[in-house]
Design a protein around this ligand. Structure first.
Ligand code: NAD
Ligand code: TYD
Length: 351
């Protein structure tokens, strides 16, 4: 088959990646979407069942740290664009095992940049698009927002590794004229998120009648965006964003952790037919995360004004949909929380 474009998506079996792959495969039948993923604990091909047999989709199990495999891949396909999401993504794991984050997030990104540099002698109509996080900007006080020109100030091994990869992407743009784009997004939530991150962890623990661990006083603030809105923004930036530019993505939706957990408890009690207040009784304050960033908040006016981005889903509606999905997808949840998850969970929350 002759495809209009060949697009490589890395980390497409993960949370955001699987939403993006599903969207791109369904929306662009004339593109070939090649998904490479190492299938770590966070990668799951069950996330992609809906599109796995589509003629414009291919999956290859590749570790982006493996240069020989990447070189073979780039010899086989002449890609028009790369949307790079593969990463180690959980802050708590980066605190206990930083090296894996440097290998995948920094060295893996470098390997992909080198392949593109080699392949794209003529870089016309090509694009290396790096998916990053607002955590590179550090931590805010009570007021202010992260803008695209906010100085980098990463404070966790995770955010330091993402900051480092952002710098490498920009350096390749500047030094070798590689056609690059970067976006930095706030916290995502929605279906298929691994239950180590706050929202699915709380939903799962309420289901299991387990304690709901709140770090510190629960006063830290995160700015939440519906994952499909992130995928929409990525599609928009990939097709219409300017080369060399950075776009912040967010939905103006700041929540104190404890307020968010209360809301989740109340929605879950209603859906499960519990006595009102039952789930709130499971809330347990635990030792704070080391170096816990206080507040993240995105100024998304650039992507709104230049590309017309607008989140499509209101937070309460998104949480209802997310909770429904976790309640209806018992098998998915059981699969991802068996084996290693139990080890991780008991080690992490016993500390
Ligand atoms: P995730 O942990 O759910 O998925 C990461 C995927 O990358 C997994 O499928 C995993 O198997 C794969 N992967 C890991 N190491 C790999 C390697 N060495 N080679 C190939 N594949 C590998 O993460 P996510 O939440 O979907 O995040 C995706 C991207 O978006 C990351 O780059 C993250 O930094 C960024 N991001 C995430 C959020 C968020 O709230 N989750 C917000 C902003 C930006
Ligand atoms: P998380 O989902 O890990 O995202 P990030 O740290 O990348 O923002 O955490 C969101 C917030 O919830 C963060 O302030 C840490 C807090 N948190 C808890 O209070 N308890 C938990 O068990 C987890 C996983 C997170």
């Amino acid at each position: 088959m002759n495809f209009e474009k060949k697009i490589l998506i890395t980390g497409g079996a993960g949370f955001i990646g699987s939403h993006l792959v599903r969207k791109m495969v369904n929306k662009y039948s004339k593109y070939l979407i090649v998904n490479i993923d190492k299938l770590t604990y966070a990668g799951n091909l069950n996330n992609l069942k809906e599109i796995e047999n589509k003629p414009n989709y291919e999956f290859i199990n590749i570790d982006i740290c493996n240069e020989a495999d990447l070189s073979k891949l780039f010899k086989k396909y002449l890609f028009d664009g790369i949307i790079h999401l593969a990463a180690e993504s959980h802050v708590d794991r980066s605190i206990s095992n930083p090296k894996e984050f440097i290998l995948t997030n920094v060295v893996g990104t470098l390997n992909l940049l080198n392949e593109c540099k080699l392949q794209w002698k003529n870089s016309e109509n090509k694009c290396f698009y790096h998916i990053s996080t607002d955590e590179v900007y550090g931590s805010l006080g009570d007021v202010g927002y992260f803008h695209e020109n906010t100085s980098y100030d990463p404070r966790s091994p995770y955010s330091a590794s993402k900051a480092s990869s952002d710098h490498l992407v920009r350096a390749y743009g500047h030094t070798y004229n590689l056609p690059i784009k970067i976006s930095n997004c706030s916290n995502n939530y929605g279906s298929f998120q691994f239950p180590e991150k706050l929202i699915p962890l709380i939903i799962n623990n309420i289901k299991q009648h387990q304690p709901l661990p709140i770090y510190g006083k629960g006063e830290n603030i995160r700015d939440w965006l519906w994952v499909e809105d992130h995928a929409n923004a990525i599609d928009l930036i990939f097709h219409q964003g300017k080369l060399g530019e950075t776009y912040n993505i967010g939905g103006h939706n700041e929540w104190k952790n404890i307020d968010l957990v209360h809301l989740l408890c109340d929605i879950m009690d209603r859906k499960l037919g519990n006595v009102k207040g039952k789930s709130r009784g499971l809330i347990t304050y635990v030792k704070d995360r080391a170096g816990h960033d206080m507040r993240y908040a995105i100024d998304a006016s650039k992507i709104e004004e230049e590309l017309g981005f607008k989140p499509s889903v209101d937070f309460k509606e998104g949480l209802e949909k997310t909770i429904d999905w976790y309640l209806e997808n018992e098998e998915w949840l059981t699969n991802v929380t068996s084996g290693d998850y139990q080890n991780y969970y008991s080690k992490h929350y016993q500390q």
